[in-house]
Design a binder for this molecule. Structure first.
Ligand code: PRP
Ligand code: URA
Length: 213
């Protein structure tokens, strides 16, 4: 499948520098958590580049001025628990007025299939621009289940999936299962190992964010 403009990789040097710190197994949870949040901020900045603007007439201290402000549909961030929680503060730093929905999913360590254990979305989710947050896109099982859940809840239009590290397998799966989805990632890695972990990846993001290794 052609990825074309459906996969956006943030190749900025600051992003790549911070990602290397995340990948290092010696990085402690406190620093790991901080960098996940910072990378989420950069990704949200990039993924909101096409938010529509409208004119608003204001007075600066010097002169009247036709200024711009954000218009149109409102924003919802939907972290996939647990690891996606680590991206919420960074995303909200960019769009403080966004609503936050939660989807709880844990990958079964033997089958690698996601098991859903919680969901709570804003009531008006169908009328919002939706940004799914999850640092890891591995097999794509959790991501695909989250996107399907959102479509069943009435979300129309482009869903933006913000992850930090993606495997090609997960990207292929998400793009194949939903034709109006754009993936943002800081890196696309080589692939998956026999345990369906991303290689080289950064390990278990949830465990590293919350110190549960
Ligand atoms: C991780 C990660 C994704 C999922 C990715 O979560 O945060 O949600 O695995 O794997 P997949 O693409 O193969 O589905 P995990 O299920 O380990 O739960 P956690 O966030 O609670 O650690
Ligand atoms: N989940 C993670 O946290 N890391 C991986 O490499 C794969 C799934």
């Amino acid at each position: 499948m052609e990825w074309n403009d459906r996969v956006v990789v943030l190749d900025h040097p600051i992003v790549q520098h911070k990602l290397s710190i995340l990948r290092d197994k010696h990085t402690p949870s406190s620093e790991f958590r901080e960098i996940v949040s910072e990378l989420a901020l950069f990704e949200t900045y990039e993924a909101t580049r096409d938010l529509p603007l409208t004119n608003v007439f204001i007075h600066t201290p010097v002169a009247p001025f036709d200024a711009k402000q954000i218009a149109g549909r409102k924003v919802a961030f939907v972290p996939i628990l647990r690891a996606g929680l680590g991206m919420v503060d960074g995303a909200l730093a960019v769009v403080p007025t966004a609503r936050v929905g939660h989807l709880g999913m844990a990958r079964n360590e033997e089958t690698h299939q996601p098991e859903s254990y919680y969901d709570k979305l804003p009531r008006d989710i169908a009328s919002r621009r939706v940004y799914v947050l999850d640092p890891m896109l591995a097999t794509g099982g959790s991501g695909a289940a989250a996107v399907k859940y959102l479509r069943d809840a009435g979300v129309a239009g482009t869903i933006r999936f913000l992850c930090i590290v993606a495997a090609p397998e997960g990207i292929e799966r998400l793009l194949a299962e939903d034709d109006d989805l754009v993936i943002y990632a800081c890196a696309v890695d080589e692939g998956l190992n026999d345990d369906a972990y991303i290689v080289p990846g950064l390990g278990d993001a949830g465990d590293r964010i919350f110190g549960t290794e």
